[in-house]
Design a protein around this ligand. Sequence first.
Ligand SMILES: Cc1cc2nc3c(=O)[nH]c(=O)nc-3n(C[C@H](O)[C@H](O)[C@H](O)COP(=O)(O)OP(=O)(O)OC[C@H]3O[C@@H](n4cnc5c(N)ncnc54)[C@H](O)[C@@H]3O)c2cc1C
Length: 498
Amino acid sequence: MPDYEVLICGLGPVGQLMALLLGDLGVRTLAIDRAPDIYPLPRAAVIDDEVLRIFQSVGADAAVLEHAQVQPRASIMTARGVPVDVLAATAGSLGHPPLVSIHQPTMERALLDALAQRSTVDVQRGTELDGFDQRGTHVDALLRPAGGGRATPVTARYLVACDGAGSAVRASLGIPFTGSTAPERWIVVDAQVDRALRKVPHPYFVGEASRPSVTLPMSPGRHRWEWMVHPGEDPTPLLEPHALDAAIAPWLDGERADIERAVVYTFHTRTARRWRAGRVLLAGDAAHLMPPFAGQGFSSGARDAANLAWKLHSVLAGAPQQLLDTYETERRAHVRAMQRTANLMGSLVQATDTATVQARDAILHRFNGTVVQRWVTSHVKPLPSYHAGAFATRPARRSGRRTVGTLFPQTGRLDDELGRGWSAVAIDELAAAKLTAAGLVVHDPGPEAAWLTRRGLTWALLRPDRFVFAAGGGHDVGPGLAAWRALQPARPSVRAMS
Ligand SMILES: Cc1cc2nc3c(=O)[nH]c(=O)nc-3n(C[C@H](O)[C@H](O)[C@H](O)COP(=O)(O)OP(=O)(O)OC[C@H]3O[C@@H](n4cnc5c(N)ncnc54)[C@H](O)[C@@H]3O)c2cc1C
């Protein structure tokens, strides 16, 4: 018998979340990282409501929110200095605020503290994955102390590579990481501030033709600025302390800002050609990269973890192996959409030629203050949905018509009542009786009943990640249950901890 069911290589935020989710499902997991502690520099500045809902599922949302700031809006500032909202919403349909700024190391600390409570997860820091071999039933891995020393063999039924953009696991499998690298680079500056900046109440994308920039409040007491470095420009003079002070000065109104670091980043849009090779799966930055303009890099990795964890748990307990292939089917298309959104935001902000800037601003000025803007800014994030994957029926082609394949809404804290694992909601006694007879716990959807009735549905069967697996009226429970049974383990499941 292998030492572990899952070996996670890399304990960045995606590995941490994967370990928490697997731990909660009772999966014996070893999570390793070569670094002795959390990467100390902040990278991600914002997360979204879907990620907070995933944090909620592992009981970590409150701890993360304690050191976060809800952002009520985000705006593009035109070259004339007019802020035009592109997002304005404090409540979405997932039970959490759609835009929240964080300090990544503090968020990671909250996740690691939660992980320390999981008895089924062993954590080894300062340990590097030195190599691995796939066998018929498991993966043989060699672990070595990061500073050098004797290697230790470990076996696991699956290896999940959360080892970041430079993934050695991806490289050793020979999986190409295709895409592009942006010609522009960006200087990222983080500062500790004595109070919130009056001139920057929420994130601004500053579309100044001479030097596009971004500025936003991070977690309380922290602020970020980002400036574009033109293609071919030497960033060295821009990083001089007096240049940094001069660049942030116009944004200050008596507040004190102590710069913690200034780093030049290059942004990539890349995706691994395959996300699964036998018993090895890629997740997070190891599988995909995107520029940070939509704040979706880690958020996409968090979705990977939520999508993959329950599938691994099911397959480990005897469900068909093909279930694991639906991980890439579902996540790849969504990641591509996020990469497109990030690059669209990037091209709006990074415009530098006069004609493009004028055309962009003319559209933004016309859009500003309209009913269309009010609608767009509060609907900019529709319910996430997948067009194909592990569902009872193929999701509708047009996302606006989708029920199956859509993340079930949560206006309050419905998920806390649903618990972990598969669950069902019903507003019809006949459907509820049939679902109960099949062994499912059926819940009253509360305010979400309206979502069902608007679509002519009386019940929905929800996957452990809260996507709608099957839904219908009282008479079509049977086919939904048959599809669900086909995914259930052939032998008693690894027990979920309640
Ligand atoms: C400037 C910037 C701004 C960003 N802004 C946002 C944002 O606003 N919102 C957002 O969602 N995302 C943002 N991101 C992206 C986000 O930071 C990353 O997507 C996220 O950190 C990736 O997490 P990960 O766990 O996949 O990888 P990483 O955080 O890179 O973790 C990988 C881990 O694997 C370990 N490792 C690697 N190889 C081995 C090995 N062989 N053995 C053992 N351990 C190994 C490493 O030590 C590391 O700890 C931003 C990124 C940057 C650079």
